[in-house]
Design a protein around this ligand. Structure first.
Ligand SMILES: [Zn+2]
Ligand SMILES: [Zn+2]
Length: 329
């Protein structure tokens, strides 16, 4: 049996539509018929070689929603036909100090979907059942897909922002449009920072309840209690530190960022914290996927057929999207 998939043969080249054999599930693996796969900025970092260790050739994509078509030995959590989601965290060792202390996101041997494991830009994919999630009812496949990374790594970043009431979000793309809804539901005030002059994104942020939206070159009307940086832009770190009140945290949510320029110590002084968020744990996923329907988080998606994956990546790179790009299969 064969399937269609979009393949990365080498960094900085367009994905190639290919006919590939449908893989068979090994022990603990499920074969998933992919229905939707959202396009994450991390996919761009893989294609553009900001992340340098992909398996090649590679089928990208780590925000996968599909149904189980076949199962390998030892699969007990799911049955044929169940709808599941597959996130970025694809496998961990389960034995190291990080794995044993609730920090499997930091496992040195972790393997990631759509990076070291073939992902969801194809009609079928394999996943380890232990790292799959049930998808909440009430979400269509395409609406649910962005929850799996933009949503749940965004949620982890929001947790790292602590109790902050006034929350800044730098970069108002797929993750911020989800996390703004959660933050508002939690009673926080959202301040949205977009590329300077991006009125469309600012209007989108206000629509989702931001009390203020402006360019990342502007100062917010009030000092923030915390900020999350979703844009992969190093100079936003000192900008966010300048906007954050004493004791506040600046969370860098992305897997890659351009170099951070030097800055004077006094913008860090006052017990301000700069930290990154790396990957996700399964607990983040379980928590967020229970929370999302309660808010309820509504995702805005721009749909593409599988063979237009390169266009979706280009649109994301150029900042032409409001919300999340999703491949519909
Ligand atoms: Zn480990
Ligand atoms: Zn992602």
């Amino acid at each position: 049996m064969t399937m269609r998939g979009m393949v990365l043969d080498a960094p900085r080249t367009p994905l190639r539509l290919a006919s590939l054999p449908v893989p068979s599930p090994g022990t603990e693996q499920v074969l998933i018929r992919v229905h939707a796969c959202a396009v994450c900025r991390t996919d761009l970092h893989v294609v553009d070689a900001d992340l340098t260790e992909p398996k090649l050739p590679l089928i990208p994509g780590h925000e996968i929603v599909g149904t189980i078509a076949a199962m390998g030995a030892g699969v007990e959590r799911f049955a044929i036909g169940d709808r599941v989601g597959v996130p970025w965290l694809g496998w961990t060792c389960g034995a190291c100090a990080f794995c044993r202390s609730g920090r499997e996101n930091l496992c040195a041997q972790a393997r990631f979907t759509g990076y070291q494991i073939d992902g969801g830009y194809g009609e079928f994919t394999l996943a380890d059942q232990r790292f799959c999630f049930a998808i909440p009812e009430g979400y269509s496949d395409t609406a649910a897909a962005p929850l799996l990374c933009a949503g749940l790594i965004g949620y982890r970043s929001l947790r790292m922002a602590g109790e902050a009431h006034r929350l800044g979000l730098y970069g108002f793309g797929a993750a911020a449009h989800i996390i703004a809804q959660v933050a508002r539901w939690q009673g926080r005030e959202v301040y949205a920072f977009t590329s300077p002059g991006d009125r469309e994104a600012q209007a989108f942020a206000r629509e989702l309840g931001a009390v203020w939206a402006g360019g990342s070159d502007q100062s917010p009307p009030e000092m923030l209690d915390a900020a999350i940086i979703f844009a992969p832009v190093g100079p936003l770190v000192p900008a966010a530190l300048r906007a954050v009140e004493r004791g506040g945290t600046v969370v860098c949510a992305g897997i890659h960022m351009s170099p951070i320029p030097g800055f004077p110590y006094d913008i860090l002084w006052g017990e301000r914290v700069v930290r990154s968020v790396a990957n996700l744990t399964r607990r983040d996923g379980e928590e967020f996927l229970q929370l999302a329907p309660k808010v309820p988080v509504k995702t805005r998606t721009v749909l593409y057929p599988l063979e237009r994956a390169n266009q979706a990546l280009d649109d994301l790179r150029a900042g032409r999207l409001q919300g999340a790009a999703v491949l519909q299969l």
